[in-house]
Structures are given as C-alpha cells and as structure tokens.
Write a protein that binds this ligand. Structure first.
Ligand code: ACO
Length: 348
C-alpha cells in the first residue's frame, strides 16, 4: 500500500501582535504571571472585520499548495480542522472551497479542538493510502479572539489563546520508508466539560459544571439567550490544573505508542513538534521522554495556543528554519478538549 507524504506546508498569522503587557492595559493580568505559567510572551489577534478562520486558512493553504507544486484546481479533497468556525454551520471547508475557487471536491470539517489537525491528517493519510485521492489539503485555523472575554472571570483562559492558521498538502509517495509512518488517535469523554464552550448548544445544562452565574436548568434547552451570554456560559471554560494533569500523562503515552508501533525509541526522534498548549506542558513532556532541547520545537512564546492551527504552524516554522531535513524522523503529538489526543510519526 502506498504511503502519504507532506508535499507542501504553509502558515499564516495575523499582523496584529498583542504582548502580555498590551493585554494588561485592558485586563487584570501581568507579563510575569503569563510567562511563568504558560511561557507565552505575545500572540496574534486577527482583524475583527477583515479576517476570519476561513480567510486565514486560505492564506496558509495558498502557500502549502504552491510549495506542493500544484494549483488549487488540483486539490481533490479538503479537510478543515477548527473549533472557531465562521458559522455554526456550514463548516469552513466549503467556505475555503469557495474562496479558493476549487473544483466541486469533498470538504470535511473536523471538530477535535487541539487534536483537530492530527485527526485531519490521519483521515487524509487513509484516503491517500487507499488511492482514493492524490492531493488532499489539510487546514488547521482558529480565530479565538472573537470569542474571548477579557474580564477577570476568564483571565486564566484568555491570556493563553491566539489566532492563526497552518496547512499541508498530502500526496502519495512511492519512496520506500518515506512519509507518514503511523497515526494514533484516542478519546475519553469522561472529562468533556473540563475544557469546553457550552453555548450555543442543545444540552439543556445536562452536564454543565456548576459555576456561579451560570444559567439554571430552566434556561437550558434554549439555543442562545441573553442570560446565557451574560453568564459567561457562551465563553470557553477551562479547569486549568485538571487539563495539565491529564495532558502530561497522555502526551508521552501517545508518543511512546507511536514509537513502539514502529520499533523506534525516543532517541530516534529528530524533532518532536507538540501541540503548543502551554510551554510548561511541553517542557514536562520533554523531560518525561528524556529528549534534548534540540529534539523539541516550541513557538508558543510568539503565538500563544492556536489549538488546531498550532501543530501545522509550528511544523512549518521548524521546516522553514531548516530544523527538518529529508529522512528526519518527525513526531507530531496533540492533546486537548474532549479529551482527545493523537500522534503522527513522519519520515520526512
Ligand atoms: N493573570 C493573573 N492572575 C491570574 C490569571 C492571569 N491571566 N489567571 C488566573 N490568575 C490567578 C487566579 O485568579 C488565582 O488567583 P488566587 O490564587 O488569588 O485566587 C491564581 O492566579 C491561580 O489561578 P488558577 O486558575 O488556579 O491558575 P493556575 O495556577 O492553575 O494556572 C493555567 C492557570 C496556566 C491555565 C494552568 O492551570 C495550566 O498551566 N493549565 C494547563 C492547561 C493549559 O495550559 N491549557 C491550555 C489550553 S488547553 C490545551 O491546549 C490542551
């Protein structure tokens, strides 16, 4: 069976830079707290009116498509991963198809938050392996800034996230041993509400955690009300310490699973590109796996956590910086809301 390889990669980040000090001008936070807990120094926020999750995805896709040596007309399938879509429905995949004037190809949206890009890559890999498609565009893009609350109640969340997009083109490769060696996907919904956005939704408060100000049962079952908006239940919610505890277990677990499946060890990894959740999480994972500094790539310092976009942005930056050469073993790994987690091993 043929393998798939990343034939082209690109990323796009908005030009508006917000440092931690910029945030502290309009919210109750400070540079020291943010850097100490997350490693983040600055992030990008999209233009409120001109840029959307789709338009950023389009910019990243254009670069990936050009580097793959094809045109938008050659793309035969689109997979778009995001948790911050332009519309509740339809998804960003069809909007990208329209914007890029592509043929009437299939467009699939993936909603697996921080693991979204790896889930999307895994799906694309299967379609290439079976020979169904030859040029699959995989995009991860997020515009978090539009749904951010800069009040003190949300400051543990709002300082972490940033906007941006990354994209790859997957193509078949005949070269022995090259390309995506394996992907591993996992989920455990037991803690689904630990990192979530509850509205708009159809859950009628069934599983929503109790939090002062959240709407009571009678207001559940309604799609979107003023009370839900005012209560903060339509904003991202995170139990930070609980996420940390689970992430530092599942990241190493899914990386080891990938290595074992390919008869490799952590020493064989040339570059680990983890989802940029939090620098402290990446450092802890690095330590647990016994990896050296030059075996791990982090750029959360500049962009914050861009969820589905973080892996392709980091992978592209690492590649552009010459940190990935042909034949290198690259490991991608992610963990996020759901919880879901995933890894991919690639022989570049
Ligand atoms: N600025 C200043 N002070 C803050 C801020 C802020 N932005 N946010 C919270 N605080 C304060 C709190 O009010 C609290 O103050 P108090 O002790 O006086 O009550 C104190 O800091 C501690 O608050 P916690 O919410 O307990 O903060 P914690 O120490 O857990 O740090 C953090 C929060 C950084 C999110 C941490 O829990 C963490 O690293 N979690 C890992 C999860 C994560 O990084 N998720 C990323 C996204 S999810 C993903 O991608 C997988």
């Amino acid at each position: 069976m043929q393998s798939s390889k990343i034939a082209g990669i690109g990323y796009y980040v908005p030009k508006n830079v917000y440092t931690n000090n910029d945030l502290s001008k309009f919210m109750d936070t400070n540079d020291e707290w943010i850097q100490e807990r997350t490693g983040i120094k600055e992030r990008r926020f999209a233009d409120r009116l001109e840029e959307t999750t789709t338009t950023m995805g389009v910019e990243a896709a254009k670069i990936a498509i050009e580097r793959a040596g094809i045109t938008a007309q050659d793309v035969d399938f689109i997979i778009f991963a995001t948790l911050s879509p332009d519309y509740y429905f339809p998804g960003c995949g069809v909007l990208l198809q329209r914007e890029m004037k592509m043929k009437e190809v299939g467009a699939l949206d993936v909603r697996n938050q921080c693991s979204g890009f790896l889930y999307a890559l895994s799906i694309a890999d299967q379609f290439i392996k079976t020979g169904m498609y030859k040029n699959i565009l995989v995009v991860g893009s997020e515009k978090h800034s539009f749904a951010m609350d800069f009040e003190t109640r949300s400051r543990n969340v709002s300082v972490i996230f940033g906007d941006g997009a990354g994209a790859v083109v997957l193509q078949p490769t005949q070269k022995e041993g090259q390309g995506i060696l394996s992907t591993h996907l996992h989920s455990d919904g037991a803690d689904a509400e630990i990192l979530a956005m509850f509205y708009p939704g159809s859950h009628a408060n069934k599983w929503m955690p109790e939090k002062p100000g959240y709407p009571d049962q009678e207001l559940g079952g309604l799609f979107m009300t003023t009370e839900q908006l005012e209560s903060g239940a339509a904003l991202p919610y995170m139990d930070g310490p609980a996420v940390f505890k689970k992430a530092v277990v599942k990241f190493p677990e899914v990386i080891k699973e990938a290595l074992k499946a390919n008869d490799l060890t952590a020493k064989d990894i040339d570059l680990l590109v983890p989802h940029q959740a939090n620098l402290r999480i990446s450092q802890y994972v690095q330590q647990l796996l016994g990896l050296k500094d030059d075996q791990v790539f982090n750029n959360i310092q500049k962009y914050g956590n861009t969820t589905a976009a973080s892996v392709p942005i980091a992978l592209c930056e690492a590649w552009e910086a010459g940190k990935i050469a042909e034949g290198d073993l690259v490991c991608l790994a992610a963990f996020g809301s759901g919880f879901t987690w995933a890894s991919a091993l690639i022989r570049w």
